[in-house]
Design a protein. Structure first.
Lengths: 229, 71
C-alpha cells in the first residue's frame, strides 16, 4: 500500500490560509488502512480546522467527504459539485489523489494534508515499513523476495557493505541489513548458490532516473470512435 | 433543588462513562441520592476504549468546555 502521514495541523492551516469554504476530502483506500487520510481522519481534521479557525477569530466553513479512491477520476466526479463550490480542497489522499483532483478540477485550488511517504506494509500494529521503491525492473526473483533496492540503505546489488553489523544497518541499529536478510533467507531455502551470480549495474532508466513514467496498454485502450461516443 | 444545583452557563462537562463501571457507579450514586453538578452531562459508552477522538471533538465543537472519560 501507499503509506502516508498527516501533516501537522499548523502546516495545514497555513496551506488553507484565509479561505472561507474548505472541503477536506479523504480517500478510502491505502491511506485509510494506514490511518492517515480515511473518513475518520477527514472528519477529525475538519473538526480540528473548524475549532482552530474559531479560536483564531476567523471561523471557516469546513466540511468533509471521503471517496473510495482519489486516484481515479470516476470516483471524484460524483463529488465534483462539492469540490467546485469550495474555495479550497484539502486532499487527504496520497500525492496521486491531490494531483488527480487538481487535474480533474482545474479551477479548484487543492492542497495536500498528507506527506506521502513510501510503498510498504504494516509489519506490526502501528508500524509500517518500506518494501518497494517502484524501480520499474523488479529483481525480487534474484534475492529471495527481499528487495535490496528499497531495503538496503545504499540499494546495493551484490551483497552487503562494510556497514552491516550483526544483521543491522550502520545508519540505524533498528534497521535490518537487507543483504543479511537475503542471505539468511536464501540459506534457509538452500539457494545460497544464487548469490554467486554477479549482478551487473542496474539500468535505472526504468526508475525515476528515466523521468516521469507511463504505461500504455493498447489492448485496453479504447478505439478513437469509442472515446468520442 | 439546592442553590449549588442551579444550572449554570459557566461551563459544561460531558462525561463519557463506561457502562460496566463508571456509569453503573453514577447510577448507584443516583440511587443513593448523591448529588453532582447539573453541568456534568453523563453519556454512557460501551467501554471508554470506544471513546473516539471524534466524539470528544464533536462535544467540544458543540459547546462543551471539558470532557471527562470515566472507566
Amino acid at each position: 500500500m501507499i503509506v502516508a502521514e498527516q501533516k501537522p495541523l499548523e502546516e495545514i492551516k497555513e496551506l488553507v490560509g484565509e479561505a472561507q469554504k474548505v472541503l477536506v476530502v479523504g480517500c478510502g483506500t491505502c491511506v485509510t488502512v494506514c490511518f492517515a487520510g480515511g473518513d475518520r481522519e477527514a472528519q477529525i481534521l475538519a473538526s480540528s480546522l473548524r475549532m482552530s479557525s474559531k479560536l483564531d477569530d476567523h471561523p471557516q466553513d469546513v466540511t468533509d467527504l471521503t471517496v473510495q479512491r482519489q486516484c481515479e477520476w470516476e470516483y471524484l466526479d460524483p463529488i465534483g459539485e462539492d469540490i467546485q463550490k469550495s474555495d479550497i480542497v484539502v486532499s487527504l489522499g496520497c500525492g496521486i489523489g491531490v494531483q488527480a483532483i487538481a487535474e480533474r478540477f482545474p479551477e479548484t485550488w487543492v492542497v495536500p494534508g498528507l506527506n506521502t511517504t513510501f510503498l510498504g506494509l504494516p509489519t506490526e500494529q502501528g508500524v509500517w515499513s518500506e518494501r518497494c521503491a517502484a524501480c520499474g525492473d523488479c529483481l525480487l526473483g534474484l534475492t529471495g523476495g527481499i528487495c535490496p533496492i528499497a531495503r538496503c540503505s545504499k540499494s546495493l546489488l551484490n551483497g552487503p557493505c562494510g556497514g552491516s553489523e550483526e544483521g543491522h544497518c550502520e545508519i540505524d541499529p533498528d534497521t535490518d541489513c537487507a543483504w543479511q536478510l537475503i542471505y539468511d533467507r536464501l540459506d534457509s531455502l538452500g539457494k545460497l548458490e544464487m548469490l554467486m551470480k554477479l549482478q551487473p549495474p542496474k539500468n535505472w532508466s526504468t526508475s525515476r532516473d528515466g523521468g516521469p513514467r507511463k504505461i500504455i496498454r493498447e489492448d485496453l485502450q479504447l478505439a478513437e470512435e469509442e472515446t468520442t461516443n | 433543588m439546592t442553590e449549588n444545583q442551579t444550572p449554570s452557563t459557566e461551563y459544561q462537562i460531558v462525561a463519557y462513562c463506561c457502562e460496566h463501571c463508571a456509569y453503573a457507579a453514577a447510577d448507584l450514586a443516583g440511587s443513593l441520592r448523591m448529588q453532582y453538578p447539573p453541568e456534568v452531562k453523563v453519556v454512557e459508552v460501551p467501554c471508554t476504549g470506544k471513546l473516539d477522538p471524534l466524539m470528544v471533538l464533536h462535544a467540544l465543537e458543540d459547546g462543551a468546555d471539558g470532557i471527562m472519560a470515566a472507566g
